[in-house]
Design a protein around this ligand. Sequence first.
Ligand code: UD1
Length: 422
Amino acid sequence: MDKIIVTGNGPLNGAIPIAGAKNACLTLMPATLLSEDPLTLTNAPRLADIKTMTTLLQSLGAEVSSLQEGKVLAMSSHGIDSQKADYDIVRKMRASILVLGPLLARFGHAEVSLPGGCSIGARPVDLHLMALEAMGAELELKDGYVHAKVSGGLKGGVVDFPIVSVGATENALMAATLAKGTTVLKNAAREPEIVDLAQCLRKMGAQIEGEGTSQITIQGVDRLGGATHPVVTDRIELGTYMLAPAICGGEVECLGGRMDLVASFVEKLDQAGVDVTETANGLKVKRRGDRVQAVDVTTEPFPGFPTDLQAQMMAMLCTAQGTSVLEEKIFENRFMHAPELIRMGAKIDVHGGTATVTGVDRMKGAPVMATDLRASVSLILAGLAAEGETVVNRVYHLDRGYERVEDKLMACGAKIERVREE
Ligand code: UD1
């Protein structure tokens, strides 16, 4: 398993290109299942999770070609010959559940393995199932699989989500595009990835209104056609690299960055003493003083502070002046990076969903273990400003969500290398 070795090397200066969003791409890809005509995605990120979704779609009979070194995904679902998403693929990635709605909507039946738990909590799929039931699906859970069928096609309905779920909103939105009549999704997720999905589906011929608000209305159509669509910028990769100069000093321009994607995060950076300015090509980030100030952060659904930036924000607050309180409201058990940061000299107390971080002058390099995707990059960020060498083990998590991390940081002056191991 590969390791990444980071050595604190002072301020970072330069420009970092931000890729297309992993989480948007993972919902845009299953949208191909809704149509016989080709769907082409541009600005796709080159990541292990995208390969897993490619394998899953291919196992159903879809054609997926990776062009221009993976930046373009040309897909066609005219020859789908299976409606079964196998456990062996689904267990690798929870987003696999996103094939359920499209398969059911187009073919009237589907079998998808239940994803199971993951390192950041139980993460059930009950809301995905509730939404499809509201559109007339009959569901049975048997042998670890969801068996879904509907006679005569899905029918529009009202889905009132008890809590906001990104994935359940995406599954319901895709399914509703081919349902008969009108579907209303209430308390829908408002994430930019949902807006991106709705825009792509509209290009394919879907009739959708209200994406980006908490109520989305979909008028079902008989069939969808093909489209070409650029994947929206990855706001989590963007936020992650914006934290690099906040932690190390220097000035970094994140190319392709957009203020509207990270507004609540930028507000917290401002309170911590970090300037973010819009440029012609993206966002430029610079710390105002020698050290950032403590800030309190609560994770919330969009437009609130994203849970996917909580670990990275904690890495910054470890060396802030003062004490910060971080509250995790989306996922239980999402502080697994805290014990690793403590190994590097951080002062963190975790009680349930709250972490109290008291800033120290400087962290010290140590061997640490990546426990999930965002945790692993938070350890790299902390290592960039720590004294000495930090060895991040188990970086396969990182490769699920960040392309060419070492190259991007090295281009700004970071001392970072990957050690390949069998
Ligand atoms: C997506 C993102 C993930 C991000 C998360 C929250 C993808 C591939 N992943 O995950 O990176 O951290 O949004 O912004 O886009 N829940 C239920 N029942 C369900 C579904 C969810 O109780 O059927 C709960 C979850 O356990 C969690 C909350 O709802 O507590 C929000 O989860 P959700 O928005 O669904 O996250 P994902 O779509 O899985």
